[in-house]
Design a protein around this ligand. Structure first.
Ligand SMILES: Nc1ncnc2c1ncn2[C@@H]1O[C@H](COP(=O)(O)OP(=O)(O)OP(=O)(O)O)[C@@H](O)[C@H]1O
Length: 256
């Protein structure tokens, strides 16, 4: 477990806003939340709701137009490298260098994060994520499911206290997707790592997340635990809640 658990939130976002140059509306507007250490939260919203923009700002890849972020107690405008050393992420949109082997890829990331005993850490993750037989293969020759497992190994190389996952099971078959979800559940229980998960897979969010932020047009329009949201909208699964919110049906307008 992270020794700082409960001391400061994993993520504190206050009035976070992003306007892209030339964009008419803000991609993210006035986003505020406080995600505790060790928690797993879901970031849900339709296409263009602002999930990836939010994650990019949390990682310091995009500079916010307004507001403030602190990750693991570090203000990201002033002190982001201290936070980034203890964070990591995985996104299907970021490809690993394809010509070098899986092992070489992981060694590069281990070096970037200054991981002690990198060889041992890579072997440990390879065993856990069933990558041992793939270590010598060029990363570009792997299947989508194999690439996802390599991306997870990369994301965990520095034993992060905060993990940001953008659609971790997109493009996986149901069996591999289920394997990744079970693996994440186990990893979270063992490590105490906080996870923010952006996903279009409602069953995944219902299973993994203790709290959900529902985004629409750059704003959080509702939030709560999956059970709270189901009860509030009178629905049986999160997919129906998502559709109610996406289609602008208020709680009082939902057909019985
Ligand atoms: N580089 C960019 N320049 C201008 N506008 C952008 C840029 N990236 C995203 N946007 C706009 O910002 C808004 C939010 O996009 P974002 O990618 O954050 O949404 P998302 O919730 O991740 O969507 P999806 O589920 O489709 O991945 C959209 O209207 C999008 O068109």
């Amino acid at each position: 477990m992270d020794r700082d658990a409960d001391a400061t939130p994993a993520i504190l976002a206050e009035g976070l806003t992003k306007r892209y140059p030339g964009g008419t509306a803000a991609a993210v507007e006035g986003l505020s939340f406080r995600m505790p250490r060790g928690a797993t939260w879901g970031l849900l919203g339709g296409n263009g709701a602002g999930k990836t923009t939010t994650i990019a700002m949390l990682l310091g890849l995009l500079v916010p137009s307004g507001g403030r972020i602190a990750c693991l107690g570090h203000d990201m405008a002033r002190d982001r490298f201290a936070a980034l050393a203890r964070m990591n992420f995985s996104s299907p949109y970021i490809a690993l260098p394809s010509r070098i082997s899986v092992a070489e890829n992981l060694r590069v990331y281990a070096h970037l994060y200054d991981v002690p005993q990198a060889g041992r850490r890579i072997a440990e993750l390879a065993a856990q994520l069933q990558l041992t037989d793939l270590l010598d293969r060029p990363a570009g020759q792997l299947s989508a499911g194999q690439k996802t497992r390599v991306a997870l190994a990369k994301a965990l190389i520095n034993r992060p206290a905060l993990l940001l996952l953008d659609e971790p099971t997109a493009s996986l078959d149901p069996d591999t997707g289920d394997w990744v979800r079970s693996w994440l559940e186990r990893y979270r229980a063992e490590s105490g790592c906080a996870i923010l998960l952006a996903s279009h897979n409602m069953a995944e969010v219902e299973r993994l997340c203790g709290h959900v932020l529902m985004m629409k047009q750059g704003r959080v329009v509702d939030q709560g635990s999956p059970a709270d949201l189901l009860a509030r909208y009178g629905r049986d699964d999160l997919e129906e809640v998502f559709l109610d919110i996406a289609r602008g049906r208020g709680r009082e307008e939902i057909p019985a």
